[in-house]
Design a protein around this ligand. Structure first.
Ligand code: TYD
Ligand code: MG
Length: 478
């Protein structure tokens, strides 16, 4: 094969590549001619040899990488990640302490959850200290963006806005303004005119992200890509981009709750599973400095069916209220519904309660809710769910000064949870006086935390320790 001389302009053409077998065709077909799979052909831009200086093919997937010659660790220049400070603490902590120059960060979330609001606030905050920031919107006009920014009271002189959907235009704007940080809102709205595929399709998402990644790695500009996720996890959603970017953040929250959690699920430059807590207010996203106190703010004293869990979100302990309501069913198979907890955990806990504690749940509908719109995935939630259910069924409140954490095993035993000390310190800080936790050597070694520790080996023991005697409406004991 003749190699093209290197001085010619890069040639690009589009091809259709089968995502199953890798076969290429110049035209789109419904069925791959090689593997005969249906709808497997995706549009790709193929660049000529001049465009891919490293020999083309795979090398392009790792941009900013100079050569394929293997080197020793000592020969590799140490790059220090001098992070750009973000004066929004909750945002900064999720990134691992600021924005790494040249990084590509995907921030996903349901439409309307507050991605644009948060990022325009971040853009403004960064522009005040770390240099010019460019906010490119492909979804809103400049007038709409300005309206929002003014309403949020943002006016950093170094914050620039652009409204564009063409990738070439976006890249040009970035090159001509030389920002330190760019926000692209949203990655689904921009498209490369080199591809025929429509904006938001897998081919377009991949191509646009790849080009922006090149730009980030080569120029050192940090780029935030906003991406919509739909409940169905849409095929062309940010999921396909997760492996291409350095950091993946998700903004979560229930539409009708004001709390928003920013979580990192992937971070090449810091810890994952950190969480930042915000509240969506009239003036945009406000950091919540003491989330535990807020999550417990509306808790009633002495109500039945309520347990306080101390959970870990990353390295951060959070206190949340878990509520349960048992009510007599009118169905042949009673209903179980969980909000904020995994449905299977609820079924497991309910099964253990009826088998091991003899709790009559066969004719009870069960509803469990985590207050504040929080979602808890760790098994330590089991004990709170179990105790809230027992409390509701037996109509006995849990001591309001008690917190709990523990995993429930199938034989009704309690299994220990990690980071007990951090959890207990947070509980003590918020004025809780007693913690019911699984019996373990780690728990045994803990002392002087300012909170009484009750170690329970089984769910039965925990129930005995946490439930108060039945309270009649007049306050006397029944
Ligand atoms: P938005 O940031 O546009 O969401 P996304 O970019 O994730 O789609 O915010 C959406 C919602 O937030 C919108 O329904 C209005 C509400 N909102 C507030 O409650 N307070 C505010 O200050 C702003 C700007 C928006
Ligand atoms: Mg938006």
């Amino acid at each position: 094969m003749n190699r093209a001389p290197t001085h010619v302009m890069p040639k690009t053409r589009t091809q259709y590549v089968c995502r199953e077998c890798g076969a290429k065709t110049p035209r789109w077909m419904g069925r791959c001619p090689e593997c005969e799979g249906w709808n497997t052909l995706e549009e790709r831009v193929e660049r000529g040899p001049a465009a891919s200086a490293n020999g083309g093919g795979r090398a392009r997937l790792v941009p900013g990488v100079g050569s394929a010659r293997p080197v020793r660790l000592a020969e590799i220049e140490a790059i220090s990640f001098d992070r750009l400070a973000v004066p929004i603490g909750e945002f900064s902590r999720v990134l691992g302490g600021g924005i790494v120059p040249g990084s590509l960060i995907l921030i996903g979330g349901d439409p309307g959850v507050g991605k644009s609001t948060l990022l325009v606030q971040v853009a403004d905050a960064v522009a005040r200290g770390a240099g010019p920031v460019l906010y490119v919107s492909g979804e809103e006009s400049l007038a709409q963006i300005a309206l929002r920014a003014r309403r949020l009271g943002l006016d950093a002189p170094d914050l620039l806005f652009a409204s564009d959907t063409d990738l070439a235009g976006v890249m040009e704007a970035i090159e001509s303004t030389g920002p330190t940080v760019v926000v692209v809102d949203s990655v689904q709205s921009i498209y490369s005119s080199e591809l025929e595929a429509s904006p938001g399709s897998v081919s377009q998402l991949r191509e646009c992200t790849l080009r922006l990644m090149h730009l980030a790695k080569n120029s050192g500009v940090s780029i935030f890509l906003i991406g919509h996720v739909t409940k169905e996890g849409a095929i062309a959603g940010p999921k396909v981009l997760e492996h291409m970017v350095d950091t993946v953040l998700y903004l979560e929250g229930e539409r009708y709750h004001t709390y928003r959690l920013l979580r990192s699920t992937k971070n090449r430059f810091g810890p994952t599973h950190e969480v930042g807590v915000f509240e969506m207010g009239e003036d945009g996203m406000i950091e919540v400095a003491n989330p535990s106190a807020q999550f417990l703010a509306e808790r009633g004293d002495g109500t039945t069916g309520s347990a306080v869990l101390v959970t870990m979100e990353g390295t951060r302990p959070l206190l949340v209220e878990v509520q349960a309501l048992a009510s007599r069913t009118s169905l042949a198979i009673p209903r179980r519904a969980g909000n904020g907890i995994e449905y299977n955990r609820l079924l497991l806990v309910a099964a253990v309660l009826s088998r091991r504690l003899g709790l009559p749940l066969h004719d009870q509908d069960l509803y469990v809710n985590v207050v504040g719109g929080l979602r808890i995935d760790e098994p330590a939630v089991d004990l709170a769910v179990a105790l809230a259910i027992v409390s509701s069924v037996r109509d006995r409140p849990i001591d309001p000064r008690t917190v709990v954490a523990g995993e429930v095993g199938l034989s009704g035993e309690l299994r220990s949870v990690g980071q007990l000390e951090l959890r207990l310190r947070e509980a003590a800080k918020l004025g809780f006086e007693c913690a019911v936790v699984p019996r373990s050597p780690a728990a045994h070694a803990l002392r002087g935390l300012g909170i009484e520790l009750v170690q329970a080996a089984s769910l039965r023991e925990a129930t005995r320790a946490a439930l108060l005697p039945q309270a009649a409406p007049d306050g006397s004991e029944a």
